[in-house]
Design a protein around this ligand. Structure first.
Ligand code: AMP
Length: 450
């Protein structure tokens, strides 16, 4: 195994939005002095080369360069990569090519892509359609949260590729609308997120309904033991490819921390949004409930805002996203899960309304801005109870984020890790006790009702 740092900028132009990524090659051992390949070097057929070229892709991203030759050869793959690395094309291109070269349309589902969220499912379907636009291959997507009838109709057209979220897929299998007995390729996308969202049993059930003889691809941004176990249960001698965006955030992003008491965060956000420079802002909250509350507050204050999180109906989520993309909606409030996979250009500002407890999430969040050469800003709100999160983030970044104190909501208490003069550790302990008490009361009342 060898590790190289990939800094590629042919013609001095970064073809891809993450200019620096660390690439770990496991197999085969690469020539570290090698040149960046083109799509034709990867032996892709004309029709696919034409499609990627009209998408404006000049060169393959690292994961594409590494994965495509193996996938064309029918190998299983274990990919440690997240959205934003070009992983969709890394699997979609060779899958499309193999389908065409082994007979094209056969009137049955030959490929299944399982993905945790509806947005991601829709985006993957769109990618298959985009890359396969010069081929006769039919792709269909199914996900929950919308009526089933239209999806049943689409399935009757006998697609070659099915992109699905687990719950709706199992429903449709149970009702006999989907059969996977002739499946040739199975892709499990964002496996870690599947587990986080509690889909592990559904995923296992889907896997048991697949033919044993198949090509399997497994993608996950992280590889905790439970994910690695699932991978080893479904892959045979996989090629391993790991592409992680560098932990160094894009230099163009200007970052700043605001120390503020929790109760003042919404007012601070409103005040910052009043600045005319904020043309398109993405606001991250930790919880769905928090996202709704922030959006409602801003709406009342006259801000053009939408919220997107798992509790929203699919139509509302799609509408919010379209509005944000088109520029009709200036501010989008989202949770990390809902925002995953969303690819929107020209976000001028990212606000961390709540700091994430996983430091890497900070980098993913702020990476949404400063795309396509633009300069972006990332503002993070830190209350007294979030000082530990801030320290963890800064430890990972290996630098201190600039502090902005000259604003009317600045809280010296928050900066010292205090909440109303009380140390945050005490406050957290107290909150945890209250939470346990609520759970106890809830359980007791449930028992009584039985
Ligand atoms: P993904 O990681 O698949 O979600 O892709 C992230 C973004 O990168 C999408 O907007 C793709 O259109 C774009 N992309 C994928 N491959 C390339 C490439 N080779 N060159 C430039 N952009 C790409």
């Amino acid at each position: 195994m060898s590790i190289i740092t990939w800094e590629y900028a042919p013609n001095g132009v970064f073809p891809f939005r993450k200019p620096q990524v660390t690439v770990k090659h496991y197999s085969p051992c690469p020539d570290e002095t090698h040149k960046v390949k083109t799509f034709s070097d990867l032996n892709l057929i004309e029709a696919l080369q034409k499609a990627v070229s009209s998408e404006g892709y000049d060169v393959p991203t690292p994961i594409q360069e590494q994965a495509i030759p193996h996938l064309l050869g029918g190998r299983d793959l274990l990919g440690c990569a997240q959205t934003g690395t070009g992983k969709t094309a890394a699997f979609a291109l060779p899958i499309l090519q193999n389908l065409v070269e082994t007979g094209g349309r056969k009137g049955r589902i030959r490929v299944l892509v399982l993905t945790p969220t509806r947005e991601l499912a829709a985006q993957i379907k769109d990618s298959f359609i985009t890359y396969g636009r010069h081929l006769d291959i039919l792709t269909t997507v199914i996900f929950g949260g919308v009526k089933q009838l239209q999806q049943e109709k689409e399935l009757k057209k006998r697609p070659d590729i099915l992109v699905a979220t687990p719950g709706r897929l199992l429903d449709l299998i149970g009702q006999g609308h989907v059969t996977l007995e002739h499946l040739e390729v199975f892709v499990l996308d964002e496996a870690d997120r599947m587990l986080d969202m509690g889909f592990i049993h559904d995923v296992r059930r889907v896997i048991t309904s697949l033919p044993k003889q198949r090509q399997s691809l497994f993608f996950s941004a992280t590889m905790p033991p439970a994910v690695a176990k699932l991978a080893s249960s479904m892959l045979i001698k996989p090629v391993r490819v790991e592409v992680t965006p560098s932990a160094t955030p894009v230099e163009r992003i200007r970052q700043s921390v605001y120390f503020v008491d929790q109760k003042d965060k919404r007012k601070l956000l409103q005040w910052l949004l009043d600045d005319g420079e904020v043309s398109r802002a993405l606001v991250f909250t930790r919880t769905k409930h928090g996202a709704s509350r922030v959006a409602q507050f801003l709406k009342r204050a006259g801000v053009n805002v939408s919220a997107i999180h798992g509790d929203k109906a699919q139509n509302a989520r799609t509408r919010a996203l379209e509005g944000f993309r088109s520029g009709d909606v200036r501010v989008l409030v989202a949770t990390d899960i809902a925002a995953r996979g969303i690819d929107v250009e020209s976000i001028s500002h990212v606000f961390n309304f709540d700091l994430p407890n996983v430091p890497e999430t900070y980098v993913h969040r702020i990476g949404r801005t400063a795309r396509a050469g633009a300069e972006g800003m990332a503002f993070s709100f830190c209350s007294g109870t979030e000082l530990t999160e801030l320290k963890d983030i800064e430890k990972m970044l290996r630098f201190k984020i600039a502090r902005t104190r000259d604003h009317k909501y600045h809280s010296p208490d928050a900066e010292k890790g205090l909440v109303d003069g009380v140390p945050a550790v005490e406050v957290k302990k107290q909150r945890e006790q209250e939470r346990q008490e609520r759970i106890r009361v809830y359980k007791a009342s449930k028992k009584q009702r039985r």
